[in-house]
Design a binder for this molecule. Structure first.
Ligand code: GLN
Length: 233
């Protein structure tokens, strides 16, 4: 499993090769069903898709949003969770809404993520161009915010909550951004594996296991509910 283990509550690491989080638990259950052992490979988020595409890992699970662009490079299973991009700012920030993001002189994102793609788009396309600064992971982007190097961080809602909990003086702004579907990326040359993983995933959705795992890591939150099984990507 290719992942970036700095994205709680989906994946994190204690630094000693132990991984935890929603994606890690779901992947463990899928591996069990397939009679396989889960091996987690931690890397920058921006390498997760290319690594699976190149056949180095079998699956990508990284709070990974399904996009048309990514579908060109990997196949996706059905979706098992959803997310929305959120904005993190300092409690006393002048940035009070998504519209105010244009006031920021720098916006921290994680390189290669949907948040980065939105923010680094040109102003004509609703983005902020060069003001979007890509960091290797969410922890580094939030560190830059704490140090005043960026005025806001754009990141998925559940990781945003974890970062705000872990760092004093930050808050989350609501955004009008659309809901994203998280799914598992599989090498396009391995449809057999995609189908096997998808079948196992759907069994875990139907029997409530996925919802139990989500509930364990996320406080009751309407936007993080597991989706029902059938929406093929
Ligand atoms: N959901 C976002 C994306 O897929 C962020 C994922 C992540 O940073 N791990 O781009």
């Amino acid at each position: 499993m290719a992942t970036n283990a700095a994205f709680p509550p989906y994946e994190s690491t204690d630094g000693n090769g132990n991984y935890s989080g929603i994606d890690v638990e779901i992947a463990t259950k899928i591996a069990e069903k397939l009679g396989l052992k889960l091996v987690v490979d931690d890397m920058d988020f921006s390498s997760v898709i290319t690594s699976v595409q190149g056949g180095k890992e079998d699956i990508a699970m990284a709070g990974l949003t399904v996009t048309d662009e990514r579908k060109k490079n990997v196949d996706f299973t059905d979706s098992y969770a959803t997310g929305v991009q959120s904005i993190i700012v300092k409690e006393d920030s002048d940035i009070k809404s998504a519209d105010d993001l244009s006031k920021a002189s720098a916006i921290g994102c994680q390189e290669g993520t949907t948040g980065y793609i939105y923010c680094s788009a040109s102003e004509d396309d609703g983005g902020y161009g060069d003001k979007a600064i890509g960091y290797a992971n969410g922890a580094q982007a939030v560190q830059a915010l704490m140090q005043g190097k960026v005025d806001a961080v754009v990141i998925d809602n559940n990781p945003a909550k974890e970062y705000v909990k872990a760092n004093e003086g930050l808050k989350i702004l609501d955004t009008p951004y659309v809901q994203e579907d998280y799914a598992i990326g599989v090498n396009k040359k391995n449809p057999g594996l995609r189908d096997a993983v998808n079948k196992a995933l759907n069994e875990l959705i139907s029997d409530g296991t996925v919802q139990q795992i989500l509930d364990k890591y996320i406080n009751t939150d309407a936007d993080s509910e597991a989706v029902s099984s059938s929406s093929a990507q």
